[in-house]
Write a protein that binds this ligand. Structure first.
Ligand code: AMP
Ligand code: ZN
Length: 110
């Protein structure tokens, strides 16, 4: 199992901030901003390059819930980041979106 599947299964601890039957959101272990949440589908999808007609409902659901998750963390302005593949810096091969905020961000990526 990949590390995020282990977190979903409850085998590795995490600080959960939102969970339902399709997705899980938890605090990033190495935050780059005051708010840094990782949002994952509960189905293992390797990367954004593996989104297809049968699993895109997870992505839609993540984006439907992101404003609520952000609000629960006290922010209404935020950056959503996905690293797809090794050159883009994807280190965990389970599709995830970084929800980053709580600080004034410039033009840099993070
Ligand atoms: P990426 O580089 O886009 O693949 O992002 C992976 C993210 O997962 C990094 O920001 C890590 O800090 C984070 N991460 C790795 N392991 C854990 C963990 N056990 N709990 C929470 N976040 C984690
Ligand atoms: Zn996984």
């Amino acid at each position: 199992m990949c590390i995020f599947c282990e977190i979903i299964a409850g085998n590795i601890p995490s600080t959960k901030v939102y969970e339902d039957d399709m997705i899980l959101a938890f605090k990033d272990i190495n935050p780059v901003a005051p708010v840094h949440i990782i949002v994952v589908p509960k189905e293992h999808i390797e990367s954004a390059a593996d989104i297809n007609e049968s699993n895109s409902k997870y992505v839609a659901h993540i984006f439907e819930k992101l404003p609520e998750i952000a609000k629960s963390q006290g922010i209404e302005s935020y950056r959503i980041i996905n690293n797809c593949g090794e050159d883009a810096g994807q280190t965990v091969k389970h599709l995830h979106f970084h929800l980053v905020g709580g600080v004034k961000m410039g033009e840099k990526i993070i």
